[in-house]
Design a protein around this ligand. Structure first.
Ligand code: PAN
Ligand code: ZN
Length: 189
């Protein structure tokens, strides 16, 4: 790690655009099969809404560094009563956490440990969330504008999507009577 040069990377706090970026990907609703409880609503939004973009991730990784960072930009929207959200994952390295710092919009960070204990941290402009090692994390846009956050973690953290893809999370974030509510996921055992 000796010999790495200091570098400036700029990001746009309202769009999440990163410059320079070393990687990026987009998730449209069709890529999130099985994530939302209301499967009929999921198909309907894809067909009638033209398979909307749900989120985009851009990252900057310096070769040889132990740390990297990036932005996630989440569009507002719902599938049935459930807000647009990320897939959610544990880190493959169970001793590595992460920080999420919200730049724009508002949302909820839903966390869950291996025992199924569920917690949330509010995501709002000017706040950062600490994600402890071995807690699964999923971000949810509960607002009406894009939710943009920067994240920072170890390059060796890795993603383990299987547990959440298989079982979902204990709680769901839904809109009821115009309000954000957390309700138990009937499919979570
Ligand atoms: C983030 C997430 C990003 C997308 O960079 O990977 O917000 O969420 P999913 O990976 O769950 O689809 C992160 O937590 N990295 O570790
Ligand atoms: Zn993570």
């Amino acid at each position: 790690m000796i010999g790495l040069s200091p570098t400036e990377i700029s990001f746009d706090a309202t769009t999440g655009a990163l410059s320079p970026a070393t990687g990026r990907y987009r998730k449209h609703l069709s890529h999130l099969e099985g994530a939302f409880r209301d499967v009929d609503a999921w198909s309907r939004v894809i067909q009638e809404g033209g398979d909307p973009l749900v989120y985009e991730v851009m990252e900057y990784k310096k070769e040889g560094s132990d740390l990297f960072f990036g932005t996630t930009t989440m569009q507002p929207g719902k599938v049935g009563e459930e807000y647009f959200m990320t897939r959610g994952h544990f880190h493959l390295s169970r001793d590595m956490g992460e920080f999420y710092c919200t730049q724009h919009g508002k949302g909820l960070l839903l966390l869950q440990n291996r025992e199924g204990k569920s917690e949330t941290v509010e995501m709002r402009e000017g706040s950062c969330a600490f994600i402890p090692p071995d807690w699964a994390h999923r971000s949810i846009n509960t607002g009406s504008v894009p939710l943009v956050f920067t994240w920072f973690c170890n390059v060796l953290a890795g993603h383990d999507y299987d547990p959440i893809a298989t079982q979902g999370m204990r709680m769901l974030a839904v809109e009821r009577c115009g309000k954000v509510e957390l309700v138990p996921n009937p499919n979570f055992l």
